[in-house]
Design a protein around this ligand. Structure first.
Ligand SMILES: Cc1cc2nc3c(=O)[nH]c(=O)nc-3n(C[C@H](O)[C@H](O)[C@H](O)COP(=O)(O)OP(=O)(O)OC[C@H]3O[C@@H](n4cnc5c(N)ncnc54)[C@H](O)[C@@H]3O)c2cc1C
Ligand code: SF4
Length: 476
């Protein structure tokens, strides 16, 4: 334990946010780094609990009290060693995770929890800046070949694990760039793409081969051919089929699924051009009050919309934990993201009735669920961020033989992540394709579990990768 009285002496303090008027003029990340002294003080708040509930809350089982203590003592290399041992990409989770570990932190019962997520960010950035190991590597070559289909955090974590024990790993991605939702879903102001590229350079240097613009199943590369060419195939194809809102006018121009809008915006930022779906000077409606909606909101602000309203069909969550979601669960409470600090209006308990317009949308009619009153608002651009309904399987020629669950996700054999596809060449699956749209931390955990299962099948008794993580059940 760092400082015995740390949790009494110091309040929780997160990182500074760049001022709103400044950050709205660019696409750079919202948060700024903290000084080493400030991070050490936050590490000192950790009580090194006998039963560290934070670790139970983390799908990766990160050794949180251990690296908190190292940070308090300014032992950054030791902290990095602990962190990278259980988490392949803390530079992503340290920026993007909703931190179920913090919801489970014991200090959170009576005070602000330890700033675990930001400590993770700082440890990862110290590691890159100081040349510490940020990936495990080996000179061993097993002669086994693994194909990973999909390059989101699940596929990337599996690839990083498999190459670290000497397998020849090839990642196939249908898009023109590697990264999955990290690349074209999550906006630059949450994750600068240079951070993703830095990690991909590490992976390429460690021996992972990336193939872009290859849609497995809808190109010369079929799932069948991968099964013949490789010793194992892993499907990490995500869960990106959008849930649409089937009301009148949904076909009008100007109504888009959130991912169509976000992908166009991310590409435009990369290329330094105006997005083909630009919010500038338009009245924008975002349907969906979740994180994807908030990502649309921050993007709309930066494109210079005339107005923006974010509409949520559910009631406004309470400010405090409700009694049916006690500590240490990840409770559904009212949250504001940095995008909400930047402007826009939020409406809860509001149902969408109709999109109005001749060819393009001009207005939207909604109804207040509690009063039953309806009203019409201007809408020149409507972004539907109502969630996702499973993986896109149309391209996979063997889709009809892949078992799917009632939630339309891929069915796998428990911790072994093995699909029921018959014939030679085992096919595994992991990530959102199995869980449904989830979190980066879960995608990494799933990728690590799948890699361990594949290694065990390929290497039999000489498998060395850590066993699949336990199915932690505290939060998600
Ligand atoms: C807008 C948005 C913002 C988010 N923000 C956060 C956040 O802040 N924090 C957080 O924890 N989570 C966030 N999430 C969720 C998180 O991004 C996902 O849970 C995570 O990316 C899932 O990883 P994955 O590897 O399973 O799938 P994905 O990241 O979806 O990657 C799947 C990849 O497979 C590829 N693919 C699919 N089919 C084929 C095929 N036939 N051939 C070749 N390639 C194929 C796809 O092109 C894609 O690149 C967000 C999600 C969205 C949509
Ligand atoms: S639960 Fe919180 S205070 Fe306890 S060990 Fe984990 S981070 Fe530290």
């Amino acid at each position: 334990m760092g400082k015995v009285t740390g949790f009494l002496d110091y309040p929780r303090k997160g990182p500074p946010h760049r001022p709103v008027p400044v950050r709205l003029r660019d696409w750079r990340e919202v948060y700024e780094p903290q000084s080493d002294d400030a991070v050490q003080v936050q590490g000192a708040r950790c009580m090194d609990c006998g039963i560290p509930f934070c670790m139970q809350g983390c799908p990766l089982g990160n050794r949180i009290p251990t690296f908190n203590d190292h940070v308090y003592r300014s032992h950054w290399a030791l902290a990095a060693e602990q962190l990278f041992d259980t988490n392949n990409f803390p530079e992503f989770t340290g920026r993007l995770c909703p931190a179920p570990c913090e919801s489970a932190c014991v200090l959170g019962i009576s005070d602000g929890p330890v700033t675990i997520e930001r400590i993770e960010y700082e440890v990862a950035e110290h590691a890159f800046a100081n040349g510490f190991d940020v990936a495990h590597s080996t000179d061993v070559r097993t002669g086994k070949r693994v194909a990973v289909v999909g390059s989101g955090p699940a596929g990337l974590a599996a690839a990083a694990q498999l190459v670290s024990v000497g397998h020849d790993v090839h990642v196939f991605e249908r898009s023109d760039a590697i990264g999955g939702l990290l690349r074209y879903g999550i906006p630059e102001f949450k994750l600068e793409k240079a951070v993703l590229d830095r990690r991909l350079d590490v992976m390429a240097a460690s021996g992972v081969t990336f193939h872009t613009n290859v849609t497995v199943g809808a190109s010369a590369t079929s799932l069948g051919s991968l099964r013949q060419e490789f010793d194992a195939v892993l499907l990490a194809i995500g869960s990106t089929r959008p849930r649409l809102i089937p009301v009148a006018g949904a076909q009008l121009a100007g109504v888009y699924p959130a991912m169509t809008y976000l992908e166009a915006a991310n590409r435009a930022v990369r290329d330094g051009v105006t997005s083909p779906i630009d919010a500038k000077d338009r009245h924008v409606i975002i349907l969906g009050g979740g994180d994807t909606g908030a990502d649309c909101l921050g993007t709309v602000h930066r494109q210079g919309a005339a107005s923006v309203v974010q509409i949520e069909i559910l009631d406004r969550p309470p400010n405090e934990r409700p009694s049916d979601q006690p500590w240490p669960t990840m409770a559904r409470i009212f949250k504001s993201s940095p995008a909400h600090e930047e402007g826009g209006e939020r409406q809860f308990s509001t149902e969408t009735l109709e999109f109005l317009g001749v060819e393009a949308v001009t207005d939207i009619t909604v109804r207040d669920a509690s009063s039953g009153d309806s009203h019409t608002m201007p809408a020149h651009l409507v972004l539907i961020a109502a969630g996702f309904v499973g993986p896109e399987l149309d391209d996979l020629e063997l889709a009809s033989e892949l078992f799917v669950t009632p939630r339309a996700t891929l069915s796998v054999d428990g911790d072994w992540r093995l699909t029921q596809l018959e014939g030679p060449g085992p096919v595994f699956a992991c990530g959102d394709a199995v869980r449904g749209q989830s979190l980066i931390v879960w995608a990494i955990a799933e990728g690590r579990s799948a890699a361990a299962a594949i290694d065990a099948v390929l290497m039999d008794t000489s498998s060395v990768l850590p066993a699949p993580v336990a199915p932690y059940s505290l939060s998600w």
